[in-house]
Design a protein around this ligand. Structure first.
Ligand code: ADP
Ligand code: GLC
Length: 496
């Protein structure tokens, strides 16, 4: 076999575990770089040094001090490094007191409102990242960006650094984790990046209804675009789920691939998970029930309840199907079940869920906030995991649920479609329940199907074992990324 050598890969991201996580992006950047490092590549992940990161706990070491010129101001900028857990792969942190020494990643944690200067923070981050590469002679083969926060990097590489010996051979890959957020900004903001305003003319790669669209620029300039499941890769090329960029994606369609996310099967293992009261496995499924009493009581419900438990662990946003849940939750709660929801997000959804729980204090409980320990216990102790997402690029939660023998009930979209086999589609191989029409009736019907399966202990066990047998480890997907990255390194779309 031909030797393909070592890839030098730099991931740019707003999140990566164990340092910062708001959703699945944190999980993915916590795992994929390590997997590629384990395959023998030189890999690092670049993150902002947020206030919430404890420098001592994280074992941060000063790597370099670089100079970043941004919006006419010189920022002497310290770069720190820390190893990933269980790996020698490194994360690099860009320090900037003004932009990152605040509580909250995307929003002000105190008010829940987006930072008014959010774009400036991400523009600074991207300019600083390229300076880091230049001033420390990193020579990466590729920079892998994630979502709009880092999506201007491909354009900066092509336009500002095309003649730059430090960066002219560096390719870019844009990973789309969520098309719902695009970084649409007043047109003149493009100049903050040192790019001329004239680049933003009608129908240009930067322009979106007269404004700057960072994600569109990323799609247009990246050497390759990848998203996190095969179904989502197709869906975003349709008007329904393209969030206004389906035309652009169809135009670049031959460069858009879908590679399913994996999960960290060591971290998420019901046989060893330190957050559980009782460990279990497919061979010892009976022990799963040992996690019910504390789960129920943590939510303030009677720990002796023996009927079906439905749970959600989620960001509370429109994406996650809150409106169809609202359309059937009262009817849902007439069934013999308990509904537990752990989540945080948009204030109107938080209030709505609190109000329903107050009206049904015996059957439903809500915990607003982010709680890793309770999330693990919930995946372990529940019987069903509800994920009625309107759209879902990949979704990791349903995979965690399956690994813990908790059957997902999902809207068949994106990664949910690619990972869950519905009971009504293939009863023998089913790993959960899925519905096709995005409405409250279909959701309720799917829950009712799940509840009838629950009444048949043998059927239920078969489904749980099927779910637990699925292999969602990163191994396969990491190899697909590796192939893609070799391809991008060796064949530039710009013909160099
Ligand atoms: P998304 O990234 O769209 O939020 P995913 O399913 O890919 O959806 O990933 C969500 C991740 O965030 C999962 O690891 C899930 O357990 C976690 N999570 C979401 N909300 C909470 C919460 N309130 N507390 C703890 N973990 C949460
Ligand atoms: C986004 C998506 C989610 C995906 C995650 C990691 O947050 O909403 O579906 O699993 O990114 O790729």
């Amino acid at each position: 076999m031909q030797r393909r050598g070592v890839l030098r890969i730099l991931f740019a991201s707003a999140e990566a575990l164990p340092w910062v996580k708001q959703g699945g992006l944190g999980d993915v950047l916590g795992a994929l770089p390590r997997e590629l490092f384990a395959l023998g590549h030189e890999v690092a992940t670049v993150l902002p040094l947020y206030a919430a990161i404890d420098r001592e706990d994280a074992g941060l070491e000063l790597l370099a001090t670089i100079h970043v010129r941004f919006q006419g101001v010189d920022f002497p900028t310290r770069i720190y490094a820390a190893p990933y857990p269980r790996s020698e792969c490194r994360a690099l942190f860009i320090e900037n007191q003004y932009y990152f020494e605040r509580q909250g990643v995307y929003q002000d944690a105190a008010t829940g409102q987006p930072w008014p200067d959010d774009h400036e923070r991400w523009f600074f981050f991207q300019v600083a990242l390229l300076e880091l590469v230049r001033q420390t002679d990193m020579n990466p083969d590729l920079i892998v960006c994630a979502d709009w926060q880092t999506a201007m990097l491909p354009a900066l590489l092509r336009i500002r650094h095309q003649e730059d010996r430090h960066l002219q051979r560096t390719r870019s890959v844009l990973a789309l984790h969520n098309m719902g957020y695009q970084g649409v900004l007043p047109a003149e903001h493009i100049t903050s990046l040192g790019l001329p305003r004239e680049l933003l003319f009608p129908l240009s790669p930067f322009e979106f209804y007269g404004q700057l669209n960072c994600l569109k620029a990323g799609i247009s300039f990246a050497d390759e675009v990848v998203t996190v499941s095969p179904s989502y890769a197709k869906e975003i090329c349709t008007q329904e789920l393209g969030h206004g960029l389906d035309g652009v994606l169809r135009h670049h369609g031959d460069r858009v691939q879908g590679i399913l996310n994996g999960i960290d099967v060591e971290e998420w293992n019901p046989a060893t998970d330190p957050w559980l009261d009782e460990h279990f496995s497919a061979a010892h499924l009976g022990r799963k029930a040992g996690n019910r009493p504390r789960l129920l009581s943590s939510f303030g419900l009677d720990g002796n309840y023996t009927g079906p438990i439905l749970a959600m662990v989620t960001r509370l946003t429109g994406q996650k199907g809150m409106n169809i849940l609202a359309g059937c939750v009262d009817r849902l709660l007439t069934r013999d079940l308990r509904l537990l929801i752990l989540g945080s997000g948009e204030p109107q959804f938080e209030k709505f869920l609190r109000d329903v729980a107050t009206a049904h204090p015996e059957r439903m409980a809500v915990r607003i906030g982010y709680d890793e320990a309770l999330a693990h216990l919930t995946y372990a102790g529940a019987d069903f995991f509800l994920m009625p997402s309107r759209y879902e690029p990949c979704g990791l939660s349903q995979m965690y649920a399956m690994r813990y023998g908790t059957l997902p009930i999902v809207h068949a979209t994106g990664g949910l479609k690619d990972t869950v086999t519905g009971f009504l589609d293939d009863a023998d191989h089913a790993t959960g329940f899925s519905f096709t029409d995005y409405n409250a009736e279909a959701l309720l019907e799917s829950v009712d199907t799940a509840l009838s399966a629950w009444r048949n202990a043998r059927a239920m066990r078969r489904l749980q074992k099927n779910a637990m047998k699925q292999d969602f480890s990163w191994e396969h997907s990491a190899k697909r990324y590796e192939d893609l990255f070799f391809q991008v390194r060796d064949h530039s779309r710009w013909g160099e």
